[in-house]
Write a protein that binds this ligand. Structure first.
Ligand code: ADP
Ligand code: MG
Length: 211
């Protein structure tokens, strides 16, 4: 799915220079659960931001499905992100004033796809949040919001799902539920998951990348 060659990411302003990733070369397969682990500040979020094309490397190349991402324009990158990538960020980035259902439906709208009520509801059910369907996101707990963010990513049926610490805010029962669901969807797509939980990585990964 991805081929990264000699990736370097430096954050710089007038005063400071911070090298977040230094000469990383790695490939990611088309399916499976790849865990990215490493201590705080090791560059996990930076890597995910590169893989979702939210950010660009300072040096090196990223190939996605055989396409060199550096050499395509912003429209093409947006197209890839919109249609092929589901992103579950640490901050969720949901619409607080919209309901759970509306947040997930919006994800389909962005793709220009028809809203399929049955499909949305069955996904909400699998994530244990169907009962909150009409609740505004602002009134949900952290764990519930996270599951909405995961539903919003999954409804797109993307080729890749990128998750930044997806079970951080979940209790252990819900966390198992979410991991089992991701494990199932990883049979025919790539799930890349950042976590600081080595137990989780050991249990569910098909591969572990240590930054
Ligand atoms: P992790 O997710 O593993 O905790 P990050 O990718 O967030 O690590 O950060 C890696 C390093 O890059 C850290 O030293 C962090 O301070 C720095 N960094 C991350 N984002 C920025 C940014 N936008 N501007 C400047 N430095 C940053
Ligand atoms: Mg991080």
């Amino acid at each position: 799915m991805y081929l990264l060659k000699n990736i370097k990411k430096v954050y710089a302003d007038d005063k400071n220079k911070e090298t977040a990733l230094n000469n990383i070369s790695i490939s990611f397969p088309n399916s499976g659960m790849v865990f990215v682990v490493g201590k705080s500040g090791s560059g996990k979020t930076t890597l995910l931001n590169l893989l979702s094309f939210f950010d660009t490397p300072t040096e090196g190349t990223i190939e996605f499905l055989g396409v060199n991402i550096n050499s395509v324009n912003d429209d093409k990158r947006s197209f890839f992100r919109k249609n092929y990538i589901g992103f579950v960020s640490q901050e969720f980035n949901l619409f607080n004033s919209l309901s759970v259902y509306e947040n997930v439906a919006f994800s389909l709208e962005v793709q220009g796809k028809k809203i399929n009520k049955t499909k949305i509801e069955s996904l909400l059910e699998r994530l244990g949040i169907l009962e909150y369907k009409n609740k505004k996101v602002i009134n949900l707990s952290g764990g519930q919001k996270q599951r909405v963010a995961i539903a919003r990513a999954l409804i797109k049926n993307p080729k890749v799902i990128l998750c930044d610490e997806p079970t951080g805010a979940l209790d252990s029962t819900t966390s198992v539920q979410v991991m089992e669901l991701l494990k199932e969807v990883a049979k025919d797509r790539l799930v890349i998951m950042v976590t600081h939980n080595p137990e989780l990585a050991k249990k569910y990964s098909t591969r572990i990348v240590n930054l």
